[in-house]
Design a protein around this ligand. Sequence first.
Ligand SMILES: [Zn+2]
Length: 375
Amino acid sequence: MSVHTDYANLANRLIAAYAHQCLAASRAQRSLRARSHHDKSFMQSLLRLSSVLLQYKSPQATDAVLDAIDLASVYAGVERRESSAGSDSSLQYDDFLVQELLHYFKHSFFRWVTKPQCPQCQASGDNIVGAGARPFSASHNPDQVSVVEMYHCTTCSLPVEFARINNPLSLLRTREGRCGEWVNCFLLILHAVIPQPNRLRYVWNHEDHVWCEYYSYGLQRWVHLDPCEACFDEPHLYANNWGKKMSFVIGFNDYYAIDLSDKYIPASAQIDKLSVVSSLKTVTSIVDHINLEKVREFFTSDETMRTLTAASASNNTIQANEELLLHLYNSIILPYNRERKLVVGSAKPSKTSTAAIGRQTGTSEWTRARGEDGS
Ligand SMILES: [Zn+2]
């Protein structure tokens, strides 16, 4: 055996040992305890989102998406983008596809709803007055409605309701909502065309906005996408363009959660984090908890179990175990550690300075009320 293979074996053994430690930690971890009411609600939001991407993997989703979108128009747009890109562009086919889907989704597919239109007299805007919200009460809830907003039409006196739908498949049919519905439906579509594991990410901002990211092979990194604004790779859109102040931004992909605050929040837009949680350790420990849970899930997945069972049948358990630990390291632990290094302190000047100022979706009163009008 050459010296080189010796070192390679040693490196693999160390990596496997490290992955094994992570796995042991994941098996030993206890449930999280919140220190304050604020910490508890922060924790619940993150835990609820930790498996948010699973809903896009239903077997009928891909067919439903391909039936719903105008593929001919999307692919014609992709070809146009590809042929007009410079030869020095590092963008690849799937990057053009994502750009075209953003454009198609905003301009031809989904509709923004600040307030619903009156179904009886078609009045809208100022003629529709808010009257609170009620929880959805029926036991049969195929659209996964979380809450029903209530309004009143001042023109014809009809009560008007707007149900907030969470089932992404239902959104392919209704095609309307606010940022939650937009991101939910857009991720379903993205998953149908980019089905590889761990290439999509749901991004949550504590100050009431969500967007997404995907991993670009051409750019070799995670890229910001905002379907509501058809924005591609403009992480400082919110801080510089909308003038939005933020405390935390957390991302959730298949294999880990990650604190992306430094990527999206430059110092000038940073809300004091300690006004949101009791200590920064709270956030780190929630993210760590989710990630150890992901490690455990990875190692107890059906696929892993099948590999180990097959290996033990052929007396190969030790080698199979080491290979799985290496796989765990290369799929989850290494990409997470690498990306965390990249994100920390990554706030750079935004490239959005030439774009239109202020949020492009929602009425001006609505964006001003949210502090997102660029002032
Ligand atoms: Zn009306």
